[in-house]
Design a protein. Structure first.
Length: 197
């Protein structure tokens, strides 16, 4: 059985192949020389080692290097922003355990960053790329499509809107600056209310 012959979707217990032909991988199990799916998902064969695995249809998100993630800024230090990772950009499920990630000041935006407080504020929601997944999660918002996608006024906590040059609070008129995700980039949410995207 080669990869193109595999069904597009398998259920737990579906037969995938013989143990003489494949190595059992993630999402599978072997029983009496036969390999079966252990979860609902899509089967794949790795041609390098002839292992067969099943990618979960609605699996628990795992953070991998180069993934796009949504995170909440929890703390700003001199050299880094400490964030809680909420979800990956390609999943609607939250990442289990609310892992912590950091954006170093040198990875906040392209060029020189004098202070992180000019790029983020506590409570901001950002879209970032994972530079390192283990042992700690390191993030970047430097490329133009990445950055803040939702921000609240630091005075009255209303959702900020994009003004001509900066973010403006529709409730109290306070203005603020952020490193915003570029409209139409991975942080775009389709909203047209003027809130950061």
């Amino acid at each position: 059985m080669s990869d193109p012959e595999l069904p597009k979707l398998v259920l737990p217990g579906d037969y995938l192949g013989a143990a003489e032909e494949f190595l059992p991988g993630r999402g599978t199990y072997e029983n009496r020389g036969r390999i079966y799916a252990s979860l609902l998902g899509t089967p794949h064969v790795d041609p390098r080692d002839r292992s067969i695995r099943v990618e979960a249809r609605n699996g628990i998100p795992e953070i991998q290097e180069d993934d796009l993630v949504y995170a909440r800024v929890d703390e700003l230090k001199t050299a880094m922003a400490i964030c809680t990772i909420l979800s990956t950009a390609n999943s609607t499920r939250t990442v289990p355990g609310a892992p912590e990630g950091t954006v170093h000041i040198s990875k906040a935006k392209e060029g020189y960053t004098e202070s992180l407080s000019g790029e983020f504020a506590v409570g901001d929601i950002i879209v970032a790329r994972v530079l390192q997944a283990h042992p700690s999660v390191k993030l970047t918002t430097a490329p133009a499509p990445l950055g803040v996608v939702a921000a609240r006024c630091q005075v009255c906590h209303a959702l900020l809107r994009i003004g001509p040059k900066e973010l403006v609070c529709p409730r109290c008129g306070h203005t603020e600056r952020r490193k915003l995700a570029q409209a139409g980039g991975p942080g775009a949410s389709g909203r047209n209310d003027g809130s950061p995207r």
